[in-house]
Design a protein around this ligand. Structure first.
Ligand code: ACO
Length: 311
């Protein structure tokens, strides 16, 4: 690149200003941003499945309306994020192709099954809680379209988190069987939620460069710690225990210490061998195939209109 373009890019980052689609940017920055935004978009779209599974079995009209709204929000987030990736020259159809052929990743968390309705509450509380922790700092990410998309997404994520926590508070005031359901669900989701933040800093290949480019504002371990510190008091309020005998307040550090994460499980899930990976991707692939006629009709309509205005 011309040296002045490179300098302009660097100065924009230094001054904490935003990189915009019209700006020159290094190829590595573009690639990193596309990878991250695409993985995030795929996570939102695949993330509709575990909860969508409960829409027809919600225990009341109110719970059904809330859940439906939440799953629709996730579809919206996915579409928004694909649009942000398009500003970097990515092609949406290609991104979808990479998702359904297993070439691009989505968050590990969505490869776990939702076995009871308590899972809807626990996903809201823990999974969306972790997502907020990770995504609020991304509102200050250096890439403008991504950072701006994150503002609305975070607002909606807070609604998701609150509906989950409120659902769990209600269940905890219910029968012993309902309380057991909540505890059993927390026991299954706690460790996978901690894995959402990604590998430990020492084993995270992208963190250093992404921090230097101000794409990421905190490391994976920093955000994981923040999430644990924020969640322990919420668990106490709720009256559930977190399944970690090593979890305890460390006054010297001013943080909660927690046990060792099973990174071999994380690696298995990320490499496609989690409990639901095959099912999630197959479902997305089938939906894409079933929707082919809509895309064809839309393209035919657009071609017809273009022909008319040319005439
Ligand atoms: N699930 C699946 N893959 C993961 C996860 C995870 N929980 N954590 C890390 N990875 C992948 C990375 O994508 C990267 O893969 P790649 O090199 O093949 O592309 C690899 O593991 C190494 O990880 P890092 O070097 O730590 O990667 P990165 O710097 O991108 O950090 C993180 C990962 C924290 C997830 C970051 O990309 C991020 O903040 N993304 C935006 C938020 C997001 O995508 N959230 C999705 C879930 S939340 C939701 O949708 C409700």
């Amino acid at each position: 690149p011309q040296p002045d373009l490179q300098r302009h890019f660097e100065r924009t980052i230094e001054r904490d200003q935003r990189i915009e689609p019209r700006d020159w940017l290094p190829e590595g920055y573009r690639k990193t941003m596309i990878r991250m935004i695409a993985q995030h978009a795929h996570s939102e779209i695949i993330g509709m499945q575990p909860e969508g599974n409960w829409i027809t079995r919600a225990p009341s009209l109110r719970r059904k309306a809330i859940l439906l709204a939440k799953v629709q929000d996730e579809a919206g987030h996915g579409l928004y994020l694909y649009s942000a990736a398009e500003t970097l020259g990515a092609d949406r159809a290609e991104l979808t192709e990479k998702l359904i052929s297993g070439k691009q990743k989505y968050s590990s968390i969505f490869n776990y099954p939702t076995l009871t309705f308590a899972d809807v509450g626990v996903i809201g509380w823990l999974v969306d809680g972790a997502a907020i922790c990770n995504q609020v700092p991304l509102c200050r990410s250096s890439y403008g379209p991504y950072a701006r998309a994150m503002i609305r997404i975070c607002k909606e994520e807070s609604f998701h988190q609150r509906q989950g926590y409120e659902l769990l508070l209600t269940m905890m005031r219910g029968t012993p069987r309902q309380r057991d359901m909540v505890q059993e669900s927390v026991d299954r989701w706690w460790w996978p939620s901690l894995m959402m933040f990604g590998p430990p800093d020492a084993e995270s290949p992208h963190t250093e460069q992404s921090m230097a480019w101000k794409i990421k504002r905190h490391t994976n371990d920093e955000l994981r710690q923040r999430f644990v510190d924020m969640t322990v008091p919420q668990a106490e309020m709720l009256g559930v225990s977190l399944p970690d005998p090593d979890l305890k307040w460390n006054a010297k550090r001013g943080h909660y210490d927690f046990g060792e994460i099973d990174w071999s499980e994380f690696k298995q899930v990320v490499s496609g061998n989690g409990p639901c990976n095959a099912q999630r991707v197959a479902h997305r692939r089938a939906a894409h195939t079933d929707g082919a006629w809509v895309r064809e009709a839309a393209a035919a309509y657009a071609a017809k209109r273009a022909g008319r205005s040319a005439a």
